[in-house]
Design a protein around this ligand. Structure first.
Ligand SMILES: Cc1cc2nc3c(=O)[nH]c(=O)nc-3n(C[C@H](O)[C@H](O)[C@H](O)COP(=O)(O)OP(=O)(O)OC[C@H]3O[C@@H](n4cnc5c(N)ncnc54)[C@H](O)[C@@H]3O)c2cc1C
Length: 185
């Protein structure tokens, strides 16, 4: 569940990436969410209108370097994260921030060093977000061919994250977003 506003939630459940959205009626979606979210004390999610639904393929991808001569790549053109970590748009904005500063300095002061370091600077954040998104996905999804051992490790990971203050703080730090200046010169 990912809160978008006081009234709107984005909610995900896992299905086959080749599944068709036509197979997922609103009733079927709510019944799956009820099975996952209802708690033993009788709490259940409030069921509202579903106004957008889609099947999203999940993938992780990074282009290195994010530059070819005078061509610079930013955002999804350079890297894709699975939506589990909610990092794609944030990463795109972070890239643009670094690149805009480098282009500004090039035209203002003739400096080329920031442009030369753009890829390296941006990739420090990108790989951390890739790691976080991969970790969230590997904790929250079922994988084809995974055995009982892997499943138990996933459950233990979830139990640890929800039961340990140190682990939940690390998740929160990454989910909220690492500070801009942590990776910039
Ligand atoms: C289901 C889902 C949930 C997501 N949730 C989150 C989230 O919670 N948090 C988060 O941070 N990110 C999230 N993202 C990721 C986020 O939407 C993207 O990472 C972000 O939009 C990337 O921005 P961008 O500017 O690089 O690319 P885009 O937003 O894709 O922009 C590229 C633009 O270029 C245009 N374009 C393409 N080809 C051409 C062309 N030939 N000529 C001219 N224009 C062209 C496209 O129409 C588009 O407008 C989510 C993505 C999905 C699919």
């Amino acid at each position: 569940m990912s809160t978008r506003s006081p009234d709107v939630q984005r909610m995900y459940l896992q299905c086959e990436p080749t599944d068709k959205i036509e197979n997922w009626s609103d009733d079927r979606i709510w019944s799956e969410f009820r099975a996952r979210l209802a708690t033993r004390d009788g709490w259940a999610p409030k069921e509202g209108q579903i106004f957008s639904k889609t099947v999203v393929g999940m993938r992780s991808f990074v282009t290195e370097p994010m530059q070819y001569g005078r061509l610079f790549l930013a955002g999804d053109a350079a890297h894709v994260v699975p939506p589990t970590g909610a990092k794609g748009l944030n990463l795109a904005v972070a890239d643009v921030r670094v690149l805009a500063r480098a282009i500004g300095e090039f035209y203002k002061a003739g400096r080329e060093d920031l442009l030369e370091r753009y890829s390296q600077t941006a990739l420090r954040r990108i790989w951390k977000a890739q790691r976080f998104s991969w970790w969230m996905t590997s904790m929250l999804h079922r994988f084809p061919g995974a055995d009982e051992f892997q499943h138990k490790v996933q459950v233990a990971e979830l139990d640890y994250v929800t039961g340990s203050r140190a682990a939940s703080t690390a998740l929160a730090e990454n989910y909220v977003g690492l500070p801009f200046d942590a990776f910039e010169d």
